[in-house]
Design a protein around this ligand. Structure first.
Ligand code: HSE
Length: 436
């Protein structure tokens, strides 16, 4: 590839306009710094009339994506329309035509990336996807290069800004979930389908990509345990706070006994941990490597300029090497080699747990519940029962020492059949130091 790299962007939405603005505004700086001239050759979008607040030179805009895909002068096709189709067919066609591809499309890569990466390998081209995980945070580069000398022991990520925004406001204001979700949608933080944000699916897409890079396993989206934040109440958040914890939607990947845990769920974390302090729409990824120890990366997980910054960094990377960057590291394929690892069933994990039982306020209830927990090898570390409404249902909060998830589920099944239990028991997994 020459010193100039010709770019075509498909999708002139939030990230597309940020990417265009960065190329146009910072092109001279990029050239000075890297010796590569990034040229914005074309932008395709169905709507080329709407003002995006960025001055696009004449002749750049088109409504036909194939004017980019089939343009022999274009080196890199940037796919920023999101979703599965037509993004997938555009990316495959671009690779077949000998273009490199840069994308922010985590949903497509996590679920069907094996087809995209296989085509990239066949064509000796790159697929850059820095913008697909944690927006501006260069976490793909960190995992692929910065920490390449490490065995990755664990990853804990807050990688969905929408759910972090919702939980932060619920924590700070005691506001109910539904109300804050509406605000997040109004502010444009949520995905087109907000269930992806609040049910942990978007987080699982991103975790799939991180885990594949970190552990050399195939894209394992289907094997990621996924639980969202819709059942979290201001009451749980208040009890968590009383116990010294914050509730965050975490992406967790860790190696335990030569098996990998891949899970996304609301998690109680000690409030003095650095990652517990990551609030609002911000993202953070905490990574422990066997050589480096603890590391953490923090920044904006969404937005035009932050995500555009990640897109342009991929373009610069590709311009620099001109060779496949991702694919040798990404063990693509749904049935690809698992790198010798088994992915742990959620029932086999072991951690601490928070329970909120709803029980009738009468003598002997606590001893019945603790009896069932004891029979299932679950040891209690803290109990809160504040409300006193004799003969009525009240919350009873229990924190446990480390226990097996299978025992937790079996204990809840038994407890929920007790006559003194008035509603389904809620539980939240707890990570971090044990409560003494
Ligand atoms: N909806 C996503 C989020 C956008 O809230 O983090 C960035 O992937």
């Amino acid at each position: 590839m020459s010193q100039a790299v010709n770019v075509g962007i498909i999708g002139f939405g939030t990230v597309g306009s940020g990417t265009a603005r960065i190329i146009l505004q910072n092109g001279a700086l990029i050239e000075k710094r890297t010796g590569k001239k990034v040229i914005l050759r074309r932008i395709a979008d169905l709507d080329i009339e709407r003002d995006r607040g960025v001055q696009i030179p004449p002749g750049v805009l088109t409504t036909d994506a194939y004017e980019i895909i089939n343009d022999p002068t274009i080196d890199v096709v940037v796919e920023l329309i999101g979703g599965i189709q037509p993004a997938k067919k555009f990316m495959l066609a671009a690779l077949k035509n000998g273009k490199h591809v840069v994308t922010a499309n985590k949903a497509l890569l996590a679920t069907q990336g094996h087809e995209i990466f296989a085509e990239a390998v066949a064509q000796h081209k790159s697929v850059g996807f820095e913008a697909a995980v944690a927006g501006c945070i260069p976490i793909i580069k960190v995992m692929r290069e910065g920490l390449a000398a490490n065995n990755i022991l664990s990853i804990y990520g807050i990688i969905n800004g929408t759910s972090n925004y919702i939980l932060t406001r619920m924590t700070k204001e005691g506001a109910p979930f539904d109300m804050v979700l509406k605000d997040a949608q109004r502010l444009g933080y949520a995905e087109a389908d907000s269930t992806f944000d609040i049910e942990g699916i978007d987080t699982a897409h991103k975790l799939t990509l991180l885990a594949s890079l970190s552990y050399g396993i195939g894209l394992s989206f289907d094997k990621v345990y996924k639980e969202g934040i819709t059942a979290i109440t201001p009451e749980d958040i208040a009890y968590a706070s009383e116990l010294g914890y914050k509730i965050k939607l975490l992406a967790i990947a860790k190696v335990v006994d030569s098996e990998i845990e891949l899970r996304v769920h609301p998690t109680m974390l000690p409030e003095d941990y650095l990652i517990s302090k990551v609030d609002d729409v911000l993202n953070a990824v905490y990574v422990v490597g066997d050589a480096v120890g603890e590391t953490m990366y923090y920044g904006r997980g969404a937005g035009d300029m932050p995500t555009g910054s990640a897109v342009v960094s991929d373009i610069i990377d590709i311009a620099g090497s001109g060779v496949k960057r991702c694919c040798s590291f990404l063990n693509a394929g749904p049935n690809a080699d698992t790198g010798g690892y088994k992915i742990k069933d959620i029932l086999d994990i072991e951690t601490m747990y928070y329970f909120r039982f709803t029980v009738m306020d009468m003598p002997g209830v606590l001893s019945k519940i603790s009896g069932v927990l004891g029979e299932h090898n679950i040891s209690i570390s803290a109990v809160i029962q504040k409300e006193r409404r004799e003969g009525e249902a009240v919350p009873l909060v229990v924190l446990t020492h480390r226990a097996k998830e299978r025992d937790i589920i079996n204990a809840i099944k038994e407890i929920d059949t007790l006559p003194a239990v008035a509603a389904k028991t809620r539980f939240i997994r707890v990570e971090g130091k044990e409560y003494n």
